[in-house]
Unconditional design. Sequence first.
Length: 236
Amino acid sequence: MCVAETEGELGYLLAQALINALRARGQAREVVSVLTQVLVDAADPAFARPTKPVGGFYGAADADRLRAQGHALQEDAAGRGFRRVVASPRPLAVLEAAAIARLVDARVLVIAAGGGGIPVREVDGRIEGVEAVVDKDASAALLADALDFDILLMLTDVPQACRDFGRAGAAGIGRTTPAELAALAAAGHFAPGSMLPKVEAACAFVDRPARRAIVCAPDNLEAALAGTAGTRVEHA
């Protein structure tokens, strides 16, 4: 429910901002925000080890009370207290992908899969919500694959992915291949919950020669698309 509420609220704000920006440039184009449900497997191992922090911070007494109610909590590494953690299962399908494809074919600018999408599962042929948070980069790659796009662009607050991030000798990664990037990920060069999901999404998406994935910051987007900035993942 929280993901659905966030998708609706932020989707409205993004759609309005895009409409106004397009109008200011003399472009009359439709913008639609789609509440997006993402199917996950009820038997995904992630449900046995919740890791995704959600909500506010709690003191020790409140954390104990919530644990007694059956919630999983984790102490914050920065010492701010305890937070609830929920599962982050792998997304399997975007239920609205076909509808989104029709909108894209009609030249509608679509906002979708916000926050990773609303996690749902199938139970006896019915769809129902599940307490989880789906990784937004994984959902973006899945949706881009379903729409057969050529480019997956992931904007973040750093100009590119780095080898040895956070350590002496850290170096930016420019053009690379899925195999090279996967090897760096396996060697621990990317932080979980930060750059690692983007790297994994890029490798999953670039599964054929015609595709490429880009990781960059908003201010070097134009150069990244031109092939002179950001991390660009493509086949050799």
